[in-house]
Design a protein around this ligand. Structure first.
Ligand code: TRP
Length: 369
């Protein structure tokens, strides 16, 4: 979701960004932050993840903590587990149930409260999926073809052919957002083209199918998180598919092992220089984020003690930071029935909301027979 932190899970995705679009989005986000603090009740957040593996620290600092923050500010949340999206760049969704349940565990562990945030899977919401049909009629093939994030995903896909689902998934994502009339979408830069398409679809639907009263759809805003670049243990973007990530649910020993194997460089003196020394800087930043400190200060403190000392500091910082999250995760994991209950309740609520929206859509389209 953030172009700096891999929350999409496509192998090797380098993210297309548009400097002008991004800075406009950043300004808009700052303005939105103010309005959210004043009137959290006017917003409904929709965001989500593809269930392709366990969530990691890159996700946490990139977007997860932001979701919890918005929830705790009093914004109503919808959290989609995008199981159909898994099929955009692969033929079969393997280990899907395990990954879906793992995501629910991760969400609960970091403080998502299922009473305030509806957690659901989109394959379980027929009316959401039906919205895709009128939405597809509102977008052109050229428009779908231009989407820079999809282009990038196609370029990095290991698939021989581009599926229709890959090509159209941004319109499907518009249905994810609009089915619940979400008006706030906290995402990273790589998702901005999808939110832009969602805005076009909402406007075009409202124009083409006017109602007597309020238009059917809000025009949602993206909310960019101010996440810093978080690198994986090999000095490149932290990503599930690169095997360089530290999962939230990893044990303290696994974490120590991952960090011990991290790539550093030959310069013994530790500094924080993300451009010249990405490996070392990545580790420093990880410790700094976990301790809520400035990375320059962390680097200075280690200084001449070298990479081994740095790795010890990072391991301790990460393990200390994740200890309460892991404890909660383990507690929830002991009761698998609870995870299923959370999903069942979330799906039930999402279905009620989707049914109502589809009814409004069909009324506006005059197709209520
Ligand atoms: N495309 C998002 C990702 O890869 C996941 C997602 C699906 C999503 N539907 C969404 C994000 C709707 C925001 C809004 O991470």
């Amino acid at each position: 979701m953030n172009d700096l932190l891999d929350t999409t899970t496509t192998a090797g995705t380098s993210t297309p960004t548009d400097a002008i679009g991004t800075s406009a989005a950043q300004l808009r986000s700052a303005e939105l932050e103010k309005r959210i603090r004043h009137e959290p009740g006017r917003f409904r957040v929709l965001t989500g993840d593809r269930p392709t593996g366990p969530l990691h620290l890159g996700h946490y600092f990139g977007t997860l903590h932001n979701r919890v923050r918005l929830q705790d500010l009093g914004v109503e949340g919808f959290l989609i587990i995008a199981d159909y999206q898994v099929l955009t760049d692969r033929d079969v969704a393997e280990r899907l149930v395990e990954y879906v349940e793992g995501l629910v565990l991760d969400y609960l562990a970091i403080g998502i409260d299922p009473d305030r945030t509806t957690i659901f899977t989109h394959s379980a919401i027929p009316a959401l999926n039906q919205l895709l049909l009128p939405f597809l009629s509102l977008v052109s093939v050229a428009e779908l073809n231009r989407n820079p994030t999809v282009k990038d995903e196609i370029a990095h896909s290991r698939q021989a052919a581009v599926s229709g689902l890959m090509f159209t998934y941004p319109a499907h994502q518009a249905a994810d957002i609009l089915f619940c009339k979400g008006n706030l979408v906290p995402v990273g830069q790589d998702q901005l083209p999808h939110v832009e398409l969602t805005r076009s679809i909402a406007r075009r639907f409202n124009d083409r199918y006017p109602t007597d009263g309020r238009p059917v759809f809000p025009v949602p805003d993206a909310l960019l998180s101010a996440a810093p670049l978080l690198l994986g243990t090999d000095g490149t973007k932290m990503s599930k598919s690169r095997g360089n990530a530290i999962p939230l649910g990893a044990s303290a020993d696994e974490t120590a092992r991952l960090i011990r194997a991290a790539r550093t460089d030959a310069d013994r003196h530790i500094t924080y220089d993300p451009v010249a020394r990405p490996g070392v800087a990545g580790l420093v930043l990880l410790a700094a984020l976990c301790q809520g400190r400035d990375p320059h200060e962390v680097a200075e403190e280690i200084g001449a003690a070298g990479a081994a000392a740095l790795k010890r500091t990072v391991t301790e910082a990460v393990n200390e930071f994740l200890a309460p999250i892991r404890a909660r995760r383990a507690e929830f994991a002991r009761d698998p029935e609870q995870v299923r209950r959370v999903l069942r309740a979330g799906n039930e609520r999402a279905n009620a909301v989707a049914d109502e929206t589809l009814r409004e859509v069909r009324t506006a389209m005059r197709s209520m027979y």
